[in-house]
Design a protein around this ligand. Structure first.
Ligand code: GLA
Length: 401
């Protein structure tokens, strides 16, 4: 399974150049092209996607890039900058019972899902480089899936409009990798637009690109990596999902999306168990917070979304019970230092916090979070200030751009 290892480029070099140089060093010739997909942050709408609800993610300016070229036969070879390894797999691992494991599963899963959907997937050599941190809740897996998908669709000339990419990549993750995630991450990394958030209805996958022009409002989003170890995240995620599906069954609706905010009290009265009531209350109020946030953004009132973000955090902490002390500390410290709103983003049990801040307050807020961490003896957090970027696609060559 191992092969030629290309040297690591300095992490400061552009990620697209690192992927291309890695390709050339691993395979002895330049790639046919480079395809990128971003990580994502979810502005608001957590654990609503698998309840057929609403989400509002945006693409990060941090990207995963696949440099690629076709190779004959049903064979795929992938070099990763991060692990320094080259793995290869053939038709056996994407048809029969054989499975690729580890990071390669996200690549093989995409090949598997494309073939399952009836596409003739070209054999390919790929080199992957990424600026999306792993395990930070910023969808590094969806970014990898989408970068590889973009490359294979173009190399094979496959007839697959981008609207269908998210379901396909989600299927790779659910069925091949084995993670029971919803549709948000793959939709975000594929369908987001520069300078916009993606208002996605997870029931019918309709979208609205809502302007999220932080720069014009003198604002920034500070993303704080809590560096909290993910504690039982997979099992807890699946448990939340099961509990929501059970509650929908008890309430006689297809999904919790069908409980409107003004029907919440009635729905809660029909549930006999306090924990289930809390889970339902989170999902129903969170859907409403997404709608309220979208309404504010549509009318250019981006400064005013802060309290909705903070209320979302409280709901995740108290009702959905998916936060951990590190993320609660980051949110409290950011708010105390003047953030307009702050919340954990992503599946929970660690990951990142985002704080909406006046652009000139980004550094003092980050410093305050770091100090609060030190006071509690937590591992120092990471942080980066971001603006919304574009979704997945081919990177133009120098002649094209
Ligand atoms: C993870 C999953 C998403 C979504 C979020 C929670 O990121 O991959 O599908 O459920 O958690 O909002």
């Amino acid at each position: 399974m191992s092969g030629p290892a290309a040297a690591r480029r300095p992490a400061t070099a552009d990620v697209a150049d690192r992927a291309a140089t890695g390709f050339t060093e691993a395979y002895g010739e330049p790639p046919a092209g480079r395809w990128a997909a971003p990580g994502r942050a979810n502005l608001i709408g957590e654990h609503t996607d698998y309840n057929d609800g609403f989400v509002l993610p945006f693409a990060l300016p941090l990207r995963t890039v696949a440099a690629a070229a076709p190779q004959p036969g049903e064979a795929w070879t992938v070099w990763s900058e991060l692990s320094g390894e080259t793995i290869s797999f053939g038709a056996d691992q994407v048809t029969g019972s054989g499975r690729v494991t580890g990071w390669g599963a996200y690549v093989a899963g995409v090949v598997w899902a494309l073939r399952e959907a009836g596409h003739r997937v070209p054999g390919a050599r790929l080199a992957i480089a990424s600026d999306v941190p792993l395990g930070a809740g910023l969808s590094s897996s969806a970014a990898l899936e989408a970068a590889v998908l973009a490359a294979l669709v173009d190399l094979g000339g496959l007839d697959l409009p981008t609207e269908r990419w998210p379901r396909l990549a989600q299927r790779a993750e659910n069925r091949y990798v084995g993670a029971p995630t919803g549709i948000m991450d793959q939709s975000a990394v594929v369908r987001c637009w520069d300078g916009h958030a993606l208002f996605l209805d997870c029931r019918d996958e309709s979208v609205e690109h809502v302007p999220f022009d932080l720069d014009a409002a003198g604002l920034a989003v500070l993303v704080v990596d809590s560096r909290a170890p993910h504690r039982h995240a997979d099992g807890e995620y699946a448990a939340r999902r099961t509990s929501c599906e059970r509650a929908a069954g008890l309430l006689g609706v297809t999904a919790l999306r069908d409980v409107p905010a003004d029907g919440l009290a009635g729905a809660l009265a029909r549930l006999d168990e306090e924990e289930t009531r809390r889970r339902v209350r989170h999902v129903v109020t969170e859907n409403q917070r997404v709608l309220d946030t979208v309404a504010l953004l549509r009318s250019g009132r981006v400064r005013e979304i802060g309290p909705l973000l903070t209320a979302s955090h409280a709901s995740m902490r108290d009702d959905f019970e998916i936060t951990v002390p590190e993320v609660d500390t980051a949110v409290e410290a950011a708010l105390a230092a003047g953030a307009l709103g702050a919340r954990m983003t992503g599946g929970g049990f660690g990951g990142c916090v985002l704080a909406l801040v006046d652009a000139e307050r980004a550094t003092p807020v980050a410093t305050a979070v770091t100090a609060a961490y030190a006071a509690r003896g937590f591992t120092a957090p990471g942080h980066v200030t971001v603006l919304p970027g574009p979704g997945a696609g081919r990177i133009p060559t120098e002649e094209e751009s």
